[in-house]
Design a protein around this ligand. Sequence first.
Ligand code: SF4
Length: 332
Amino acid sequence: MAEPLLEVKKLKINFRTEDGIAQVINDINLHVNKEEVIAIVGESGCGKSVTVRSMLGLLSTLPAQFINGDISFEDESLVGLSEKEWQKIRGKKISMIFQDPMTSLNPVFTIGEQLIDVYMLQGKSSSINLPSKKKKELRNKGRERAIEILKKMRIPDPESILDRYPVELSGGMRQRILIALALIHTPQLLLADEPGTALDVSVQDQILQELKRLVAEENVSMVFITHNLGVARMISDRIYVMYAGEVVETAESEELFKDPKHPYTKGLLSSIPKLNGEMGDGIDGRIPDFVDPPQGCRFYDRCPVRMEKCASMRPELIDVKSNHKVACHLFE
Ligand code: SF4
């Protein structure tokens, strides 16, 4: 039976803005099982990145506040942990691949220095207070692990890559290094924030195939966020579709493509350009104002099949089939 690794329950996150309180995440539930890959899909600004950052305690630097709900990892709540407690989790148990390979590496250190430093700082024992002999041993181990993980990423001649600076590498190679950095401690959960979107489609595809293979080989669970449903289908076991800070549909990846229910999911699918060059229909309108969101369904203004009650009643996420849930009054 599938064992949950991370669970998000009734999570609400608000941001203080000049215009008022923005209700950015509104009562979402999701979970990731051990060795499972889930994708969170939606347009820019739908709350994907905020959700994922909250799983790593990275909202404290933003004007965000938890209003309600819980995030638990291996049955322990992550809400309200101190920075010291987070340091035992980040990188070791939960790790993150950031979006932009061009700005996420330090340009003044070699790839080897950056990989080995991450290994030493987040290793089983912090290297700061170690005697110099032990420190050297740990550094050597870090170098061995860095070479091993680069080989697993199928990077040719990994020893020579360790001596290079980020500026000497292509965008695709830098993205591979960011993945290696996130996996150097073999975390239990990897959070991936649209890796590869800045790259050519063919390079992105290659990197995502490698990432998929690597997380399976290392038995790592993954939360992958993307605006691209095709990418989500390729990489994940299950998909959560988010709209304006809410989960509107969730199902196993193939099921979601075979039988999409929510008008927003259908709109996203129809937005995918066709192979014959035809452009998709797209979804008219824009995501609503988070400071003053609609009282009922947040998709109301853009929904082609809206009904009167949708304006005032918020639809709950309900089962429409086994492992397939939808938040829409059409299915009640
Ligand atoms: Fe459309 Fe109503 Fe369903 Fe919202 S609840 S998606 S407005 S039909």
